[in-house]
Write a new protein. Structure first.
Length: 169
């Protein structure tokens, strides 16, 4: 019968040599691939001892800023929460009491303020929405790995900027 194409190939049953039966060519081929990768530039780094250079537009952990007198800037207006596409921000507002003028800049302040880092996509819209320059995404801090989901809810204890202490020597 005439073949339909000329791609037909006669398969011959060749006896394997001793080296082939002992997988020697395959082992040599495998080792050569390993050696080739051994001298290539590594794709991984020794984190956390080493860190990669970040992009200039990289955004990290949030910080709630204080003003020059150390008072919290946030007035719990809620604009950051409205702007947040991930619905990661929640807060409760309170009224400043007499004697707390040194703690909060305005009469209304955030009694609680939470960012859910598991929801946050670090888009920076909260920072853009804030009329009081109270919230910023830092470029040198990253949310560290944790074991419990609850630990990714960052409250004021971890978000508010620490008070600057004046150095006396
Ligand atoms: S960075 Fe974006 S996602 Fe994260 S809290 Fe701000 S607005 Fe929401
Ligand atoms: S961080 Fe800014 S936008 Fe958000 S509640 Fe406070 S003052 Fe308003």
């Amino acid at each position: 019968m005439e073949p339909l194409s000329n791609r037909r190939k006669q398969v011959e049953k060749k006896e394997m040599t001793f080296a082939e039966r002992a997988y020697l060519p395959a082992i040599a081929q495998g080792l050569s691939i390993t050696l080739k990768h051994f001298f290539k530039k590594k794709a991984t780094i020794q984190y956390p001892e080493q860190t990669r250079e970040r992009s200039s537009v990289w955004r990290g952990l949030h910080v709630l800023k204080r003003d020059e007198e150390g008072r919290e800037r946030c007035t719990a207006c809620g604009l950051c929460a409205v702007a947040c596409p991930a619905e990661a921000i929640t807060m409760t507002a309170g009224e400043r009491k007499v004697g707390e003028e040194n703690l909060y800049r305005e009469e209304k302040y955030a009694v609680t303020y939470e960012v859910n880092m598991l929801r946050c996509i670090f888009c920076g819209l909260c920072e853009e929405a804030c009329p009081k320059a109270a919230i910023f995404l830092q470029d040198d801090k990253i949310a560290p790995a944790r074991f419990e989901r609850d630990e990714f809810i960052y409250g004021k204890d971890r978000l508010v900027e620490p008070l600057k202490t004046t150095e006396t020597k």
